[in-house]
Design a protein around this ligand. Structure first.
Ligand code: ARG
Length: 563
């Protein structure tokens, strides 16, 4: 039963059209402690409109309310405090969670609409950075959240597998590379060549000319250029896939920049037909001054395409293939200006999804205070961070639960989960400094903390495996249980809010809140005592376990049953 809705309806009736249901819902507050009720309606703003004292309004409303749905309604100064009927509320909430199981909180708002999510999108021949990790885990979680809201996400890895840097890479490989080295350690070797290229071209600018020629050859389909490119791409992708496997992230498509190579001509043609291309120092640009933006460079003077040229083709393709309900790009905030330009060009071209193109930005990430950069050669490999995290998790588990079966598998789930959760609990636009050891603590606002609450619930259920689990709510009386039940009831609204804001942190913060309330309950009550309330308490434990697991799933974090 949706009590907030019940409060809104009761108030709407009593207010007789003075406020809309939405206005009432926006004003409702949740008292900090349950003794002040479960929902409060402040009357201050009404006082201005009705020219009456707020206390008087609260009292009048209380008199007009039909209170049968609530345990009681109290007037405290300018507030109207609603106390829910604990018995029926608990029973209804727990019953719903237990019946729905993992689909608790599912809604169909999205009506099956397609939502391409441009995510992860690392660059070939470079290590995947922590920034790409953010895009991967944020995109993955947003996809789960969208599905939970009835959308149909399409996770597309828009690999950076095309562009002038491949001219540089081929040049470098032909000068200094050898096949056996690249085969043994692809990305590291390729990065080494790339870094060397950038060092040497300072003194030998002719290297840039050679690189430009190689890229031109690549775009024109030259056999050797294509063969090398394909090899670099496959070798890199193999390493990326190791990381994706570890994170448990899957993609629907890997349509990287190269996929659009044969679709660029049409882009240029449309731009020409619409008289949008102008020449500027030999290059072709789209003027965006009416958007207060710098011109977008579409073709270089040698006719080579650019990042944006390929992105225009991408948007056009997604538009035609998916008729997207939303059109998301999970890419770092440093590309905000770029996406404004992209959107403006698409608008000028009359591409439909220009309007719902949404850049979903996120902040910078540093690890233990260190910035990440490829060109300078100071690289923190994502794979290394994951490895380190799993190692730390294994140590922690060895200490806490040395007899645990499948220790290594659990360490994997906890170590990887700690990183994913540690990222997603932050509002995505925040910059974060990742201190690995902090994310792995079993106490505090961490992934392992939430996982541990879930494992603890599962352990209780195992111990009481022979007891019936029955949500006869009117039997659970203590206030900690009541807080936990109310938190459980919030989940469907959390699912909606996370979707509206495209913000996994809404789910992560909720998971922490649920784990905390549950731990408080656990600390105060002897849950497994054999008395008349036992099966009701177990129903609560079961519901908590279900919702914690589902919240973690929405974040892409596993929930081991024991740890
Ligand atoms: N490969 C790019 C980078 O690493 C990100 C691509 C984002 N997606 C896009 N459609 N532009 O910076």
């Amino acid at each position: 039963m949706d009590y907030k809705q019940t409060v809104v309806e009761a108030l709407a009736k009593a207010l007789d059209g003075q406020l809309t249901a939405d206005e009432i819902a926006a004003k409702l507050e949740r008292p900090k402690t349950s003794d002040k009720g479960d929902m409060a309606f402040p009357t201050f703003t009404l006082a201005k409109v009705l020219h009456q004292a707020p206390q008087q309004i609260a009292q009048d409303l209380a008199d007009k309310l039909e209170t049968t749905d609530f345990e009681k309604v109290e007037v405290v100064g300018p507030y109207l405090n609603f106390f829910f009927d604990k018995g029926s509320y608990s029973e209804a909430t727990l019953q719903t969670v237990l019946t729905d199981g993992a689909s608790y909180g599912q809604n169909e708002d999205g009506q099956g609409g397609n939502v391409p999510i441009d995510m992860s999108s690392p660059n070939i021949a470079k290590p995947m950075s922590m920034g790409h990790l953010r895009s991967t885990v944020i995109g993955n979680s947003i996809a789960e959240i969208l599905t939970k809201n009835g959308y149909h996400p399409i996770k597309d890895n828009h690999l950076g597998d095309w562009g002038t840097q491949f001219g540089k890479l081929i040049t470098a490989y032909k000068l200094w590379g050898n096949e056996a080295d690249v085969k043994a350690d692809p990305i590291n070797k390729l990065v080494e060549y790339y870094i060397r290229f950038h060092k040497e071209d300072v003194e030998k600018p002719e290297l840039d000319d050679i690189a430009r020629e190689w890229f031109k050859k690549l775009e024109d389909g030259d056999e050797e250029a294509h063969r090398l490119w394909k090899w670099f791409r496959e070798a890199s992708l193999q390493e990326f896939n190791d990381v994706y496997d570890e994170l448990g992230v899957k993609f629907d498509t890997y349509n990287g920049e190269a996929f659009y190579n044969d679709k660029l001509e049409e882009v240029v043609q449309i731009l020409k037909d619409k008289h949008l291309l102008v020449e500027s120092q030999g290059a072709q640009v789209v003027d965006l001054s009416k958007y207060d933006l710098n011109p977008a460079l579409i073709l270089k003077s040698d006719g080579a395409s650019l990042y944006i040229t390929r992105d225009i083709a991408t948007a056009l393709y997604r538009d035609r293939t998916y008729a997207p309900a939303k059109n998301l790009y999970v890419v770092g905030s440093e590309q905000t200006y770029y996406f404004k330009q992209l959107k403006a060009v698409l608008k000028e071209m009359g591409v439909k999804s220009a309007d719902n193109l949404q850049h979903v930005p996120f902040g910078l990430i540093t690890v233990d205070g260190k910035k990440l950069s490829t060109r300078s050669g100071r690289i923190i490999l994502l794979a290394k961070v994951l490895e380190e995290s799993v190692k730390l998790a294994a140590e922690e588990i060895n200490e806490k639960n040395p007899d645990l079966a499948n220790k290594q598998a659990v360490a994997q789930q906890v170590g990887v989960g700690a990183i994913v959760f540690g990222d997603l609990k932050n509002e995505r636009t925040n910059n974060i400094d990742f201190v690995l050891a902090d994310q792995l603590k079993f106490e505090g606002e961490t992934g392992p903390y939430v996982q541990y609450a879930h494992a603890r619930a599962e352990s209780m259920l195992r111990k009481a495996a022979n007891v019936d689990v029955q949500p006869a709510g009117n039997q659970i009386t203590d206030p900690e249980a009541w807080d936990t039940i109310k938190t459980l009831a919030d989940f469907p609204a959390i699912v909606k809010m996370a979707c509206k804001e495209l913000e996994p942190s809404v789910v992560a913060k909720y998971a922490i809140r649920l784990a905390k309330t549950f731990n408080k309950y656990y600390a105060h009550s002897k849950i497994l005592t054999e008395d008349a309330e036992l099966s009701a308490r177990l129903a609560l434990v079961k519901a908590v376990s279900t919702v914690l697991k589902e919240a973690l799933r929405l974040l892409g974090v596993q929930a081991p049953d024991e740890m």
